[in-house]
Design a protein around this ligand. Structure first.
Ligand code: BGC
Ligand code: BGC
Length: 752
């Protein structure tokens, strides 16, 4: 290479000139020195590359790395290069004018080429809220919102959801998702309750497998964000961006716990919460950001603010130099400005030059950001990997979403076993404002920030799912408001609930009941005398106690996303309901906040959910059993008197293995003619498997002997084919063989 022979001072001069002019240095000139630089060498350790790169960076470069602007705020694309922007984001609904996967990829590459044109050619990292699939992109697969994923109790499935999302995100070039929300929603009035996997920190912790789904997706891996740190779901009154008034012990037990798990999984970034803790804004909280997160928990990634989060520190609109200094010195590494990035950079530099922000803090922030960029492979593969573009909305991903929908549904009432509905014969009436509305069933953060009703993206509505499933087997009549029903129908399915909302606008301070449109629809259906099945599409439990006795069946469908067929599958028995409540269901709105273990008389307690094979109780379950607040664990309720199933049982044991680790899904089928009340499943491993975590059961291990006892909510396994499922994760070396034999309450089971 001729450039190697060029005297260094010429190269330096050209580099300086190019930087000053903001022009693209042609190959063989300014970049030549960088091309030989250690930081460009992928064979060197990341830390060495970071050190080398950092030693070459000016304050302009470093300030730029810490700046994140919204794509829509850029005055011109070349500002990415001129201001050395380290990151760009799309806020909710911030999309290229042609909202197709390849336009997104083109837009991304265009920004990236600007970043690569700078002397050091540091790639930018692009972030987006892919919070239930790649939800800003028309045609992407929209998965159930987190509340539904929490109901599945299936960490392996949730990891697969993360991986599918990562592939779709990668196919549009984007490197980073602002997900998962590890919020532990303690008050359903909060408009972000649906972004929470559960009110129970343990369940939220189990669902951090989604971080692995995002970050361990092979070439499609993207950076995950644990948000919003910390206490966002604990605000007084459930007010968005409000004040979380808790002792430090409670803050740690309820809200910090899931972040600990995410850090252990190597989550790449953490987003600070808008909320305050005991009156102090989180964006300025050095103790929690630096001492606890980075120190105590050992977080090695970078901390990003929320959208204009620093602006709120002094209670005045806009940001000041002082607010920048407070946030950066508290431990923030990157600021989601998102609009006036020019002013931000100039104030940040001014604060460093004046010594109010130590250079060591700036270097630490850059080190953290650059480490993640190197680890992601951005320096080697800065542009979109178009081999993933066709996965956006692919059949394979929609199949994962449909599975997630099926497993997220919680059957809350099934009087007279009206469900499942027969697929053939007679007529079925479908009604309700959310029966044929892809926007309603997807909720907020879909195509636009707040989401909207209507035909906003590609997918299958619940009505369409029913029609596809039933085919010509039965007549399906649809009328949105229920008009036209008469007694000739064998069942009415009403799909009602909430219309889309997101942060702020979704807070409900007053009633939490159904709206007048829904009540009128339900009234019409009820008046016909036809058995009424209610499918509730909502971001949280609603106040329905006043209507429940008029309904024959109730299914909580949460916000299922684009794969409405999954709802039909369960209504018609192609899948069995297996979801369990991730939130306590209040008897009335004035019980809020209501959470497991607080002694309040819930309508349906945390963890409740019926199976098809278990006869429903006469009335909804009584008050929750008192258990210690705030983090009750599933307690085994199998009694010593639990008897073995006469006539047998079947156990299926499936594992998902990776180098040294695995998750296992176990289903017990009761083949006897009486229900099993309280169960204990035991087996002995031939290998050296070691169980490290579990869900939907309490699993203990002594040597190679394992005992799994039912959780409080799945102790009954119905007669003649009823099932109970649970899972766990563990480690092994050598082979991870399936155990040869299982006993259920002492009796041998068949292995399937
Ligand atoms: C939300 C975050 C989101 C960010 C970027 C904020 O208003 O609180 O959850 O990641 O905007 O869209
Ligand atoms: C953006 C969102 C952001 C919100 C913050 C909206 O304009 O689209 O992404 O979370 O502002 O208030």
């Amino acid at each position: 290479m001729t450039s190697r022979l060029r005297p260094p001072w010429i190269i330096a001069l050209v580099t300086l000139l190019a930087a000053a002019l903001g022009v693209v240095p042609a190959a063989g000139r300014g970049v030549a020195r960088a091309a030989d630089a250690p930081y460009k060498d992928p064979s060197l350790p990341v830390a060495t590359r970071v050190d080398d790169l950092l030693s070459r960076m000016s304050l302009d470069d470093k300030a730029g790395q810490m700046t994140q602007a919204d794509r829509g705020a850029l005055t011109t694309v070349s500002d990415v290069a001129a201001y050395r922007l380290g990151s760009i984001l799309s806020g909710g609904g911030s999309a290229p004018s042609s909202n197709t996967p390849s336009s997104w990829a083109d837009m991304y590459d265009n920004f990236q080429r600007q970043a690569l044109s700078t002397p050091l050619a540091i790639p930018m990292i692009y972030g987006i809220d892919a919070v239930h699939g790649h939800n800003n992109v028309v045609g992407a697969t929209i998965f159930p919102h987190n509340i539904g994923l929490g109901a599945t109790r299936d960490p392996d499935l949730v990891e697969r959801v993360g991986r599918a999302t990562a592939e779709e995100v990668s196919g549009t070039g984007i490197d980073w998702t602002f997900a998962p929300c590890l919020c532990v929603a303690r008050n359903d009035r909060w408009g972000r309750t649906y972004e929470s996997f559960s009110e129970d920190p343990q369940l939220v912790t189990q669902m951090t497998t989604i971080v692995d789904g995002f970050q361990k997706a092979g070439n499609a891996s993207i950076l995950a964000t644990a948000k919003h740190y910390v206490g966002d779901g604990g605000t007084t009154g459930g007010r968005d961006q409000g004040n979380t008034e808790l002792s430090e012990a409670d803050l740690r037990a309820i809200h910090l716990a899931p972040f600990k798990a995410a850090v252990q999984r190597g989550v790449g970034s953490v987003m600070v919460s808008y909320s305050s803790w005991n009156g102090a804004r989180m964006h300025g909280n050095k103790y929690l950001i630096t001492d606890v997160l980075k120190g105590e928990l050992g977080f090695k990634g970078f901390v990003v603010t929320d959208w204009a989060g620093i602006d709120q520190l002094d209670g005045q609109t806009g940001f000041t130099a002082n607010e920048i200094t407070t946030a950066i010195n508290a431990g923030v590494d990157m600021v989601m400005v998102p609009n006036d990035y020019k002013k931000f950079i100039s104030l940040l530099k001014q604060e460093v030059q004046a010594g109010r922000i130590p250079t060591s803090r700036i270097d630490d922030a850059n080190r953290r950001i650059l480490t993640k960029k190197f680890e992601l492979g951005l320096f080697e593969k800065p542009l979109t990997d178009r081999s993933y573009t066709s996965t956006v909305g692919s059949a394979a991903h929609r199949a994962v979403a449909r599975e997630a929908v099926r497993k997220s549904l919680v059957l809350l009432k099934n009087a007279g076993n009206v469900l499942p509905l027969a697929k053939t014969g007679g007529k079925i009436f479908v009604a309700g404002k959310s029966a044929d509305d892809i926007g309603n069933q997807s909720g907020g953060w879909t195509i636009s920030w707040q989401g909207s009703s209507g035909n906003i993206t590609t997918g299958t509505t619940i009505l369409q799912g029913i029609r596809d499933l039933v085919g010509s087997g039965a007549q399906v009549t649809y009328n949105r408001d229920g008009s036209g029903i008469d007694s000739s129908y064998r069942a009415a399915v009403a799909v009602v609930g909430e219309t889309p909302y997101a942060e702020g606008q979704g807070d409900r301070t007053g009633s939490m009941g159904l709206d007048s449109t829904d009540l009128a629809t339900l009234q019409r259906l009820k008046a016909s005398g036809v058995p009424l099945v209610v499918v509730l599409v909502s971001g949280r439990p609603l106040d329905i106690a006043g209507q429940l006795d008029q309904w024959n069946a109730l299914v909580a469908a949460w916000l299922p996303g684009t794969e409405g067929r999954g709802v039909a599958d369960m209504l018609f028995g192609d899948s069995a309901p297996s979801g369990r409540l991730p939130m306590t269901w209040p008897r009335s709105a004035d019980q809020e906040p209501i959470n497991d273990g607080d002694g309040k008389d819930a309508l349906f307690k945390y963890g409740y959910g019926l199976d098809y094979t278990v006869p429903p109780p006469q009335s909804p379950p009584a008050s929750p059993s008192p258990s210690p607040s705030p983090s009750p664990s599933p307690s085994p309720s199998s009694s010593p008197s639990a008897s073995p199933p006469a006539g047998g049982c079947l156990v299926t044991y499936r594992t998902n293995d990776w180098g040294g680790g695995y998750t296992a899904d176990i289903t017990i089928t009761n083949r006897s003619s009486s229900a099993v009340n309280g169960w204990r499943l035991q087996w002995t491993y031939a290998g050296n498997q070691k169980i490290t975590g579990y869900w939907n059961a309490v699993v203990t291990q002594s040597g190679q002997q394992v005992t799994a006892s039912n959780a409080s909510y799945n102790g009954t396994i119905g007669a003649n084919g009823g099932t109970a499922s649970f899972g766990f994760q563990g480690t092994y070396s050598g082979a991870n063989a399936t155990p040869a034999a299982f006993t259920l309450n002492g009796a041998a089971c068949a292995v399937g």
